[in-house]
Design a protein around this ligand. Structure first.
Ligand code: SAM
Length: 232
């Protein structure tokens, strides 16, 4: 993958960026996403934020190589601190991390989201953590998508401001993905179901502590919920 030949996963994230928007890509190791969006003429300017020095240097190198230093600013900053008040950022993308880490990045510097109208996230796991964060911070789910690439399944969530509540199964599996029930969605949740059932079996055979019992109960409830949805 490079800035000219973006993965399907990042193309899907990119597809939700509105025409002409100013975008901040947080955790932008190679800055491929912002460079590609600029080259497509889809966004006007971008910030590429990266907290680790090596990936930050690589992002800077790529932006220079693509001749985009006037359009893509690369910053070595933690999370949303890469967004400065005068940037005019309207769209934030955070891709390729766990849902809990993405939710904590959004939570930690919420003041940097002033002026942001759309958040596009692609959690590798635990998308529920982002939905829970969204509900308690007055963001609602505008769109969701799911895709399989290189044997891995990815979800993309698009958030805009607004209040909305969701049922437990919607928080876990995604309100719109649940309605669409694509083949990839079914495959993902059948896989999750198999894994949860395996862990429950291990806990049943090995651990009898109160903590293990409570974990087993929690997993059994989740398994029952997924089973109900897949059968309905
Ligand atoms: N966004 C790219 C993608 O989807 O292909 C890169 C994904 S890479 C697996 C995750 C990147 O996020 C790493 O380069 C990591 O250093 C960076 N990262 C993790 N936590 C971060 C944070 N709090 N602030 C900025 N970058 C972070």
């Amino acid at each position: 993958m490079n800035a000219k030949n973006l993965s399907e996963r990042l193309r899907l994230v990119a597809s939700f960026a509105e025409q002409g928007t100013v975008l901040a890509d947080i955790g932008s190791d190679h800055a491929y996403l912002p460079c590609w969006l600029i080259q497509q003429g889809q966004i006007s300017r971008a910030i590429a934020g990266e907290v680790v020095k090596g990936p930050f240097e690589s992002a800077k190198r790529n932006v220079a190589k693509e001749g985009l230093t006037d359009k893509v600013v690369v910053r070595l900053e933690n999370g949303l601190q890469a967004i400065y008040p005068d940037d005019g950022v309207e769209t934030v993308t955070i891709a390729g991390m766990g849902g809990s880490l993405i939710a904590s990045i959004l939570e930690n510097d919420a003041d940097r989201l002033t002026g942001v109208k759309r958040i596009i996230v692609q959690p590798n796991i635990h998308a529920k953590a982002i939905r829970v964060w969204a509900v308690s911070n007055s963001w609602k789910i505008l769109n969701e998508a799911i895709l399989k690439e290189d044997h891995k399944i990815y979800e993309v969530l698009v958030l805009e401001r607004g209040d909305q509540s969701y049922h437990p199964e919607e928080l876990l599996m995604g309100p719109l993905l649940l309605r669409q029930r694509s083949a990839v969605f079914q495959e993902k949740w059948q896989g999750e179901l198999n894994e949860i059932s395996r862990v429950i079996n291990v806990l049943t055979q090995s651990a009898q502590s109160e903590e293990a019992k409570s974990k087993r109960k929690q997993l059994s409830d989740t398994r029952d919920m997924i089973e109900r949805v897949l059968k309905s």
